[in-house]
Design a binder for this molecule. Sequence first.
Ligand SMILES: [Zn+2]
Length: 305
Amino acid sequence: MKLQKILENVYLVDLEPSIENFEKFIASYIVLGEKVAIIETGPRCSVEGILEALDKIGVGLEEVDYVAVSHIHLDHAGGVGTLLKKLPNAKLVVHEKGVFHMSNPTKLWESSKQVLGWLAEKYGELEPVPSEKILVGKDGLKIDLGKNIKIDVLETPGHASHHLSFFNQEGGVLFVGEVGGIYSEEFNIVRPSTPPPSFDPIQNFRSIDRLVNLNPKILCYSHFGVTKEIQKLSIYKDRLKLWLRIVAEEYKQKSVEEIFEKILEEDRNVRPIANLWRERFFMLNSVKGMVYYLERHGLPSSWDK
Ligand SMILES: [Zn+2]
């Protein structure tokens, strides 16, 4: 775990799960008001890191009131059940579509193993959350931490249908989640994160437009870190469109690997990360998510708006 104070009242925790090359990849944010919120728990295997971070900041376990997750994938919400056992006063904020899976995680665990394979085992199996501890995260809900710190909950489907972003209007701080892709500070790039089965490009574009219209000042990415380059949101939208066009042209005759090579020919910005195994693994999965969508829906006529 590495802890970094990024704003007066916001800390970034690099959860560093014990998986090769997973440093600077999974973030959790701790927001302090009179009350305390944790945004993203990461997987179960790194819950200990959050507890350590709270201890270092000097936040008592009973002082945490909210644990909010952008969506229910294991690397964002896999640790919720385990963490909530340690936080006597905390409520979970999760999209309506995630409520059932958080209190009955068996099916989510099985499908995660199918999509992620060995990585799901590394992340660790979810523990259930008692349903009375769950708040439905939806448009209009405000997480009020006192001291004039409020966090608006926004429904932002696209990466997944059960995706939320969180926005602190006073500071212009936007917790993007994963609907804005994966940000790498080191390579100064945002790359697609569009896994099967629930990636939906049209919803993803709309969600990005919605986030741009908030006029945020700071973007906090769950993968990974913080930037003031707000244009990263629109750059991401353009990159998604480019990749989708290429995948749509190629998926009927080419393998996922071959499509990815084609993408690298056209999108030179992602070349520097293409041979890092972690990035390659997830980018191939993103191509699979695009193929999965296109096989079922094709490219909608309005897709390039
Ligand atoms: Zn993720």
